[in-house]
Ligand binder design. Structure first.
Ligand code: F1P
Length: 318
């Protein structure tokens, strides 16, 4: 077992420490702006959707965009509560966006696993929980932890039972891997609402780990052009939303007819996985399973995810 795989399966005690470690914060009428880069931006997208569903107004913006052209996203910078997500707390654009936001009068919360980082030193509120010491370049445990902590920050209760749900889901998918994705080289991740950011993260993870082309879409967007690429090389991972299950299952039927193999999280597919939490917790629950999917896809191609090509743990710009 390599270190990436070990860390993915050993993440749950860190979840247990983080559950209940922070509570809802911030003024309910301020616009929440979730900011991050890479994985942290994908998580931001999901968290903004969750916050809106809890009646906290929210948007998600990549670090460099919020730093360089905030007015294209929201006209009143100073009346915002910026939640800056960064595992390392050192990503140049995210740290600069946090500093600039504070200088403009915004309240800044940092969500990170590094309490001594530049981001931790440049925020009004620090939300932090330790991650697995062996976590490498590919972000796994800390991505889950930042979602968990941020959900609690927006007032979502995370029950202890989520650990068993997420572990079970990862193990059940893993039992079908790598066979279910054998000879598949085009991976498509579909998810709606708060699951869109998670679909993007599944796609980024698998791409970083396996160097395969991946894509992510809102489910019903997929018919509007992207479907032209589907063939026997395609694997589609569908993160079903309970309220859209019928429409999404219909799409899955069409994709299977065109040659795709489908892994359905919470709905039909060649493999149907039970997601035993509701939509409010589904994004967090599926993350470890998506991480192990990336790892198994990499192993099938004999790629070592401990040192992924062209990637570094932190992107710092001179
Ligand atoms: C963000 C990030 C990762 C990516 C890569 C470089 O880091 O872009 O998502 O996988 O390893 O860094 P951070 O700001 O969350 O530390």
């Amino acid at each position: 077992m390599n270190t990436t795989e070990k860390v993915i399966f050993e993440q749950f005690p860190y979840w247990e420490k983080a559950i209940g470690s922070n509570t809802a914060s911030g003024k309910a009428d301020d616009l929440l702006v979730f900011v991050g880069c890479g994985t942290s931006f994908n998580l931001a997208l999901s968290l903004a959707a969750y916050a809106n569903s809890l009646r906290r107004k929210a948007i998600a913006v990549p670090g460099a965009e919020w730093l360089n052209r905030p007015s294209y996203f929201w006209p009143e910078w100073q009346k915002t509560h910026v939640v800056a997500l960064s595992r390392s707390g050192e990503t140049t654009e995210t740290v600069a966006a946090a500093k600039a936001s504070r200088a403009a009068g915004a309240f800044v919360t940092a969500v990170t696993v590094e309490p001594e980082s530049a981001l931790a030193r440049n925020c009004d509120q620090l939300i932090c929980s330790p991650t697995h010491p062996d976590e490498g370049i590919v972000m796994t445990v800390s991505a889950s932890l930042m979602v968990l902590l941020s959900l609690q920050t927006i007032g979502q209760t995370v029950p202890a039972s989520i650990v068993a749900s997420a572990r079970q889901l990862a193990n059940t998918l893993d039992a079908a891997l790598p066979d279910i994705i054998k000879d598949r080289s085009h991976f498509v991740f579909l998810g709606g609402g708060p699951l869109f950011g998670i679909a993007l993260e599944g796609a980024l993870k698998l791409m970083e780990m396996s160097q395969l082309m991946t894509q992510a879409f809102h489910p019903l967007e997929y018919r509007h052009g992207p479907i032209s690429l589907v063939d026997e090389k395609t694997a589609v991972i569908v993160l079903y939303s309970p309220d859209q299950r019928e429409a999404e299952a219909k799409l899955v039927g069409e994709l299977r007819e065109k040659g795709a193999v489908v892994i359905g999280f919470g709905g039909p597919g060649d493999l149907e996985l039970t997601v035993d939490v509701d939509l409010s917790l589904a994004g967090l629950t599926v993350l470890p399973a998506l991480q192990i999917l990336g790892e198994r896809a990499a192993q099938a191609r004999h790629i070592d995810t401990v040192s992924p090509r062209h990637l570094t743990k932190v992107v710092t710009l001179a």
